[in-house]
Write a protein that binds this ligand. Structure first.
Ligand code: ADP
Ligand code: GLC
Length: 485
């Protein structure tokens, strides 16, 4: 099949979170399975310098955006057999210090930037000599693509391919003032309560839910959750109406990136059969964070965007309660200044036990995954979550709240000690998390049990080779339905 993917971030070119990992890995997995994947993404600052093999394509376009026309150029990179990336070059929009924001302030023209990007996606889909069988868009930034495709169909695009929207996080919907709808140049009838309108505002994700041929989200449990009022972020009614065209597919892991045997970021390789290297990584991590270097102290870690979703409030509470015991905690995160302050205060209260780093650091992320004994991920909600799956492969026992993809990917120690890969808790409270941490300390004090759990974790297989067929099955289904007409 020929699959055209579009995303505002794609690893290794740009990344703020799991969206980038997922799209980069899915595209590679499709190509590895013998299909053709092409990905469209913005040309952000620094990409050309970091990837000098990018080639300029002899194709300029000038697309309407409300009352103005905006020009763009195109670059491409052949990554592997069957995998090509297109970069939309519009320096005014994308040659900036951040992707979505700077200094914790979203760019004021994000509607304009990503409506324009969505238009570029549709333009390429329509006019590339390479004709896609399916257009697969990810999150609100490109969720207007299905509506734009429908519009182009009514303007003479004979038989456009079906569109698939993947919702990575329903909490981010791309909501802008109603006047931003003009930028889409869509007819007014797209802007109503069954379409792009949300209480008078433009809601990009809602438009995607309304007009995509089919919708996927990134875990089966999250697919169920978002049809409820509790997790629906105001769109549960709409999602229930589209339920027959919606499915949850658990994300995979790109084990060529996230592994412990061939990984230049790690001090020492290790595997389920040869665990000695994990200890070296732990000691090195303690050294790096200037914590007492001692193999016997249970070491907990978190790598996270510091956002409401991630359960920072209960984590701070639980750690404050637990840190009087023999344990250490390291954090790598960035996001809300208030949460950063919370962790900084925690480190001040527990010197020699807590160490924190703020900012984005890919290398350190691997080192924390490898060096820790336990990984804390107490999310309030979690569409899929990748770090718990990375932790499993690194033999770092995840402690997760049983929600979304966290619930789908971890087997709890108390529920099934023989097959356990981690520790789960349910209630969204500091007390429940503290209890889970206490369980972890018990597990840590029993090396036999800990090793058995680690072995199970490291053997768990979330490779894309297994998952990619689920996407292919839905692509096929909608493609053949389309060709029936
Ligand atoms: P989300 O996409 O909601 O942030 P995921 O668990 O799906 O959560 O993915 C997060 C991804 O971002 C992981 O690859 C994680 O390692 C990475 N990440 C998050 N924060 C940082 C950071 N401060 N530095 C480096 N990597 C980070
Ligand atoms: C979103 C979600 C996260 C998911 C990621 C990739 O950022 O918050 O749970 O793993 O997308 O799908």
């Amino acid at each position: 099949m020929k699959i055209l993917l579009a995303s505002s971030e794609v690893f290794p070119f740009s990344k703020t979170g799991g969206l980038a990992d997922m799209v980069g890995a899915l595209a590679r997995a499709l190509a590895n399975a013998g299909h053709e994947a092409r990905v469209i993404t913005p040309l952000y600052r620094g990409i050309r310098e970091k990837f000098p093999a990018l080639r300029k394509v002899d194709w300029y376009f000038n697309l309407p955006l409300g009352r103005q026309y905006v020009p763009a150029e195109l670059w491409e990179l052949d990554v592997a057999r069957g995998l090509k990336i297109y970069f939309i070059d519009q320096p005014g929009y994308f040659d900036r210090a951040g992707i979505y924001q700077e200094n914790n302030f979203s760019y004021a023209d994000n509607a304009e930037r990503y409506i324009f990007f969505s238009k570029c996606v549709v333009h390429l889909a329509r006019y590339l000599a390479w004709r896609a069988d399916v257009i697969h868009v990810h999150d609100w930034q490109v969720a207007l693509v299905p509506a734009l495709v429908m519009q182009q169909k009514s303007e003479g695009w004979g038989n456009p391919p079906p569109t698939c929207l993947t919702i990575h996080n329903l909490a981010y919907q791309g909501v802008f003032s109603g006047s931003a709808f003009e930028l889409t140049n869509l007819p007014k009838y797209f802007f109503n309560t069954e379409g792009a309108e949300f209480f008078g505002f433009l809601n990009c994700l809602k438009a995607g839910i309304a007009f995509a041929d089919f919708i996927t989200t990134v875990s089966p449990r999250y697919a169920r959750e978002i049809t409820t009022e509790e997790f629906g972020c105001g769109l549960d009614g709409m999602l229930r109406r589209r339920q027959k065209d919606m499915t949850g597919i658990l994300n995979g892991v790109d084990y060529s990136e996230w592994n412990t045997t061939k990984n230049a970021y790690l001090s020492k390789p290790y595997s389920a059969g040869r665990m000695a290297g994990k200890k070296i990584n732990k000691l090195e991590l303690q050294r790096q964070f200037a914590l007492p270097v001692d193999e016997t102290i249970p070491l907990f870690g978190t790598i996270s965007r510091l956002a409401d979703q991630k359960g920072v409030d209960i984590q701070l509470g639980a750690l404050a309660e637990m840190l009087n015991t023999k344990m250490q905690f390291v954090l790598l995160g960035s996001g809300s200044p208030e949460y950063e302050r919370g962790y900084r205060d925690l480190a001040r209260h527990f010197p020699g036990k807590v160490a924190v780093r703020f900012g984005y650091d890919e290398t350190l992320a691997h080192q924390i995954e490898a060096g820790c004994d336990f990984f804390l991920m107490p999310s309030r909600f979690e569409p899929c979550g990748l770090n718990q799956m990375y932790s499993l492969r690194y033999g770092t026992i995840p402690i997760v709240r049983a929600t979304g993809g966290l619930d789908d990917s971890v087997v709890d120690w108390t529920q099934n000690p023989r097959l356990a890969t981690g520790i789960k808790f349910t209630e969204y409270t500091s007390r429940a998390l503290a209890k889970a941490i206490r369980k972890a300390l018990v597990l840590h004090s029993q090396p036999k049990l800990l090793n058995a759990c680690r072995k199970n974790a490291m053997k768990a297989d979330f490779s894309w080779e297994k998952t990619v067929h689920e996407y292919l099955a839905v692509y096929m289904k909608y493609k053949s339905e389309r060709t029936k007409y």
